[in-house]
Design a protein around this ligand. Structure first.
Ligand code: NPG
Length: 369
């Protein structure tokens, strides 16, 4: 059993090496909430994947901070000694808010595992020591720049290119990348920018042998996704729509997708992410590990998750250098063969570098029982 004695919240900001544009907005900085929990025998870190604004989901940094401070942390303090399996119950009084919950669940798990000298990858049931890496390529100002970015990433060794798309330039950009690289694993991510009225776009994209089309329609459109999947050959993958293992099971059952992007932060943390993996695996659907431009802390968690047996496609688990000039942990580095090692030390296997963390901290607050 483990008891949480203190919690610290920290808002950190790091510039991105290049602006990241999606169909829902552009980011030039990564700003997120970090959670540090102290137990009797260890400390653990969790990174909240919410953003500055509620553009990707309803959650955002200031809201997550408030939810953790007002509801989740007090619930964890009040319960006293707990095991990981108890956490769902501890947080059951708070509906939704999976990103805020994930930060605290993951920080608790990190400390709990360190107390037991166990690695996260081992705890989750990982069967790989290295994972295959893909990269997500933001919408570029021009097709030429996009081709440059893609060429650079392929030279570094990335094994799958995912293009962010938006209405207007979609088919032309995909056609250009496919013509330049006929044999690569190529996928597209629409971030919910389309409706069923755009069926002609997805029919046109069917020509490019894409690995998948990710989250083409709205984040609540399961039935519409099932209709789209019936009309196109390319596999539909869902991201924003999958906020729990139960939703993953429903989506797969009705044929709304054939592939699932697992983002632990979007589904409430590592324990629920493992359940999404299990549900998909039971139905024979491949999963892969998504990314939310996490710092080295969140990325360590993603690498452990991506090492589970059902993760059979390269994930958005890119090198620290793809995001930041200097990460807040020692950098995660992809080898030229396009694979990255899964951290093997106790807990999540990494800790923040004190100097870099101090430099990036915008605000912090200590919480106690
Ligand atoms: O490599 O971490 C990464 C970025 C992968 O494209 C990526 N993430 O829609 O999946 C997404 C997108 C995203 C990033 C969404 C940040 C929300 C915030």
């Amino acid at each position: 059993m483990t008891r949480v004695r203190a919690i610290e919240l920290r808002l950190v900001g790091l510039p991105l090496v290049r602006p990241f544009r999606t169909s829902f907005g552009e980011q030039t900085r990564k700003v997120c909430v970090l959670v540090r929990v102290e137990t009797d025998g260890a400390e653990g870190w969790g990174e909240c994947v919410a953003d500055i604004d509620p553009g990707f989901s309803e959650e955002f940094n200031e809201g997550a901070w408030l939810v953790i401070r007002t509801f989740l942390a007090p619930a964890l303090f009040a319960v006293g000694d707990v095991e990981p399996r108890d956490l769902d119950g501890v947080f059951a009084g708070v509906r939704g808010n999976p990103m805020a919950k994930a930060a605290l669940v993951n920080a608790f798990l990190d400390a709990w595992l360190r107390e037991r000298d166990r690695s996260l990858a081992g705890f989750l049931g990982a069967d790989k020591e290295r994972v295959a890496c893909g990269v997500s390529v933001g919408i570029a100002p021009t097709t030429e720049e996009l081709l440059d970015h893609v060429r650079g990433y392929l030279e570094e060794g990335y094994r799958r290119i995912k293009l962010k798309i938006e209405p207007g330039t979609d088919v032309e950009r995909v056609a250009a990348v496919r013509a330049a690289h006929p044999d690569i694993l190529l996928s597209v991510d629409a971030n919910a920018a389309y409706t069923l009225n755009d069926l002609h776009v997805f029919r046109a994209l069917d020509r490019f042998s894409l690995l998948m089309v990710e989250q083409p329609l709205g984040h609540e459109d399961l039935v519409e996704h099932a209709k789209l999947q019936q009309e196109i050959r390319t596999d539909v993958c869902l991201d924003e729509s999958i906020r729990s293992a139960a939703l993953a099971a429903s989506a797969l059952e009705i044929g709304a997708c054939r592939i699932v992007n697992v983002k632990q932060g979007r589904v409430g943390g590592l324990l629920e992410a493992k359940r999404v993996h299990d549900v998909a695996r039971a139905q024979g659907a491949p999963v892969w590990c998504g990314g939310m431009l996490e710092t080295g802390l969140g990325r360590a968690v993603n690498l452990a998750l991506a090492a589970l047996p059902g993760f059979t496609l390269p994930g958005d688990t890119s090198s620290s250098a793809r995001y930041f000039t200097e990460d807040i942990t020692e950098p995660h580095v992809m080898a030229p063969d396009g694979t990255m090692p899964v951290p093997g030390g106790p807990g999540i296997g990494v800790v923040p570098k004190a100097d870099r963390l101090a430099e990036c901290t915008l605000r912090s607050e200590a919480l106690a029982p």
